[in-house]
Design a protein around this ligand. Structure first.
Ligand code: HEC
Length: 136
């Protein structure tokens, strides 16, 4: 009996594995990308650097500015911002080489690491946001 059903069961398990790994993929890929492109400034632990680089870990800015985050990654930020009550003024350069998917993955990583628990981003949401900040 089991032998007979083996191909079907095997296929089902494979499909399940693909679905599960897709779910985790956005976070895992975001993590790898974070370490190679963001961690040199924001640190691996997301704590930032004293008065120069704002933190991402526990940052109120992430939840308050959900609609701006994708644009900050692509186009950078040169502003005076307040993160967790502290003021930051240094400039962050944009990363025009990152695709919409990569930005989605990064957002899912930084919003759900180091104790952060902000809602996930879908690719559709990020593409929509990015299409609006293009013209600015
Ligand atoms: C060269 C240093 C540097 C790199 C690399 C860098 N940032 Fe930043 N980031 C900054 C600075 C400085 C600011 C504050 C900008 C301002 O005050 O206008 C900032 C601000 C931010 C903010 C908004 C403030 C906050 O703390 O929530 C986010 C989100 C952010 N960066 C995410 C990223 C991500 C994701 C990456 C990697 C793709 C990245 N940054 C790479 C320096 C950097």
């Amino acid at each position: 009996m089991l032998k007979h059903h083996f191909p079907a069961v095997f296929t089902a398990i494979c499909l399940l594995a693909v679905v599960v790994s897709c779910e985790n993929n956005t976070y895992a890929s975001g993590g790898r990308l974070y370490k190679s492109t963001c961690a040199n400034c924001h640190m691996e632990t997301g704590e930032g650097l004293a008065g120069l680089i704002p933190p991402l870990a526990g940052a109120d800015y992430l939840a308050k500015n959900r609609d701006k985050l994708a644009c900050i990654i692509r186009y950078g930020l040169e502003d005076t911002i307040t993160v967790n009550g502290r003021v930051f003024t240094e400039k962050m350069d944009g990363m025009p080489g990152l695709s919409d998917i990569q930005i989605t993955n990064l957002l899912n990583y930084i919003n759900n690491s180091w104790g952060n628990a902000n809602p996930a981003f879908s690719y559709e949401e990020v593409t929509e946001i990015l299409s609006k900040c293009k013209s600015q």
